[in-house]
Design a protein around this ligand. Sequence first.
Ligand code: EPZ
Length: 442
Amino acid sequence: MTYQTSSPATVPNADEAHADAEVLQVVGGARLAGQVQISGAKNSALALLAASLLTGEGCEISNVPHLVDIERMSAILIALGAQVLRQGDKLKIRAEQIGYASAPYELVSKLRASFFVIGSLMGRCGRARVPLPGGCAIGARPVDLHVRGLQALGAEVHIEHGIVEARCRCGDRLEGARIYLDYPSVGATETIMMAATLARGQTIIENAAQEPEIVDLANFCIAMGAQIRGAGTKTIVIDGVSELHQASYAVIPDRIEAGTFMVAAAITGSTISIAPVIPEHLGAVIAKLQEVGVRVVQQGRDQLTIIGGHGYRSADIETLPFPGFPTDMQAQFMALLTLCEGNSVITETVFENRLQHVAELNRMGANIKLKGNVAVVSGVPVLSGAPVMATDLRASAALVLAGLAAQGVTTIKGLHHLDRGYENIDHKLRTLGAKLHRTILE
Ligand code: EPZ
């Protein structure tokens, strides 16, 4: 078995061109049944891959989904000098020698999460040179909180020509500090936590993000020998250590993929089971499903059965940091609310441009009025299939869900968005009885 060392930088581009020509055709009206396997969490796996640079001793991360974003992150680790080997759902990473300055822009610009390597590079090397990730379809996505966190840990940071250049002000190790985050940013919490694991002294992150992916990252770092307390709460305490060691770790199940399948059951009036899941990670989603009239039953430790029906009621949603309602489930839930009786008010508070799916759902006969970051969804009896365009990852999932419930055929373009975050979604839906297939439009 040889480690992959050369960067397959071109793969995503080719896929993207092909994906643009490819469409997903969804024939609505099929009932779903059976059980679906939930993959490892994309947003956790990406952070764990970045953290694997913290040790030169090698890591094994399992339950890693096969996704374009994971390929891109692997390519970035390879560009930084790491060796990466994929064996089924396992990634073996060996970052013996890493260069702090060679994350290529063309890769970083395609994967925002890759910016998080700045945290592990600063922790491990005391220096980093990483391109600014830039904005994306859902928002400007600034990194000021990441930068301010690193500055508080004693880094000098210069941003020029689209590159963030950081180095320790004194010596080659960061210094622990108390850091208050103006906003509980997931990415900034992850960057600071990774950097602080190898800093001198204690770091306290206040108003930290509490997402399950933060806890998973902390547990992975602890498995490598880090000293971290309070992950999952608003205050995280990290006592820096001089070095970290090898570790094997399994990624948590993907709560957003799980939530997406829960809505698939609800919107088609079906009963399905999903596993493995961690029900505590889905609290807000389960509560809102129950509020509209869907039954959710837990079986054993890690399985949920969703019992869909009809005659659902409207519900209001406000997206918030965890444990509030996840912004990554907003679009999928909007698709469901288009068929719920009454008016639902959806307020997107996390990203400034994450309501582009409204126009596409209205093309399918939904009745949604938009004002700034608020969408008022007036329930309609049916949706009708139509050609639609996916604008971002979760919007693409919402269009698939709407297509499952719609009368006739829905043709979805922009599948490269979907493939960034859902492993084999077509296949999984087909095993549940959905009627959908990919084709190339002539
Ligand atoms: C993570 O993005 C997830 N991505 C996102 O999932 C998710 O939507 C988001 O957290 C919120 O839950 C990954 O984990 C790879 P943030 P992240 O920093 O870390 C502003 C998906 O669909 N902000 O918590 O980038 C920012 O602009 C993706 O899988 C600053 O202003 O999210 C946003 O409005 C999409 N300055 C808000 O905070 C900063 O320095 C939340 O961003 C950082 C963030």
